[in-house]
Write a protein that binds this ligand. Structure first.
Ligand code: MG
Ligand code: MG
Length: 250
């Protein structure tokens, strides 16, 4: 069941979204060679707690971190680890959620560690751009299939692929609500977008095959072929006046 939000509820979600966006931005500013993924996780947790919120991911399904931090061929759900040290040339995906006054925010970005190869940067830029192509479809004239088709259509022109086993989702008083928001789709199909919908749009894009598997730690999702993967996510509210990016602070 899709839980439509009132404008007052969307207003409340702006606060959770802002804290989420701030924590992600702050963690991104600390990305550099030599720091551990646990260090970045601590920055996220401290900021969220300082703002009187709770990290949405901490303890979610038993997840041990406040952020999911995934390097290179790791797509999503990387576990923060004091022994995982960022190296020059890596890309690191940081995914953050904050719960504040009854609502969650959810946002992710991919950051460069030092000197990143040009073809990897192209993957990251295409992934971010695909989010905005999907966002163009977020109005009451379109359906979720239009959003997914726009995302997939943008990245496939570069030979990239979208992950199919993991998708975006509704966000609200629960971190994951209906509907699923796939990064693929058939134009004109799927749920019609309606004002009051609050969804996380989150393209997960691979440089090679879209095949992924979960590591033996039961969390980290990696590309089977070892190719690089990028991730970009915002929580988006559709209002009568159009979409609002609840987690965008920069
Ligand atoms: Mg997320
Ligand atoms: Mg999400």
């Amino acid at each position: 069941m899709i839980r439509l939000k009132t404008s007052a509820q969307i207003q409340a979600m702006r606060e959770a979204g802002k804290i989420t966006g701030e924590a992600l931005l702050l963690a991104g500013e600390h990305v550099k060679a030599g720091v551990s993924t646990k260090y970045l996780d601590d920055i996220v947790r401290h900021h969220i707690e300082k703002r009187g919120a709770k990290p949405s991911f901490l303890g979610y399904g038993g997840f041990p971190g406040s952020a999911c931090i995934s390097i290179n061929e790791e797509v999503i759900h990387g576990i923060p680890d004091a022994n995982r040290i960022l190296q020059d040339g890596d890309i690191v995906k940081i995914d953050v959620g904050a719960f504040f006054r009854g609502y969650h925010g959810d946002s992710a970005n991919t950051f460069y560690v030092g000197n990143v190869a040009p073809d990897t940067k192209r993957l990251v830029e295409a992934t971010k751009e695909s989010f905005y192509r999907g966002l163009e479809m977020v109005n009451a004239n379109y359906r979720l299939g239009d959003v997914g088709a726009a995302i997939e259509g943008h990245v496939t022109q570069f030979g990239y692929t979208v992950v199919r086993e993991f998708v975006g989702h509704g966000v609200g008083s629960e971190l994951h609500e209906d509907p699923n928001v796939p990064n693929y789709g058939v134009p004109g199909h799927g749920f019609r977008l309606r004002p009051g919908m609050t969804i996380a749009i989150e393209p997960m894009v691979c440089a090679g095959s879209a095949k992924v598997r979960v590591l033996s730690n039961k969390w980290t999702v990696v590309t089977v072929d070892g190719s690089m993967a990028a991730h970009y996510e915002h929580t988006v509210a559709l209002t009568e006046d159009g979409p609002i990016l609840l987690t965008k602070v920069d």
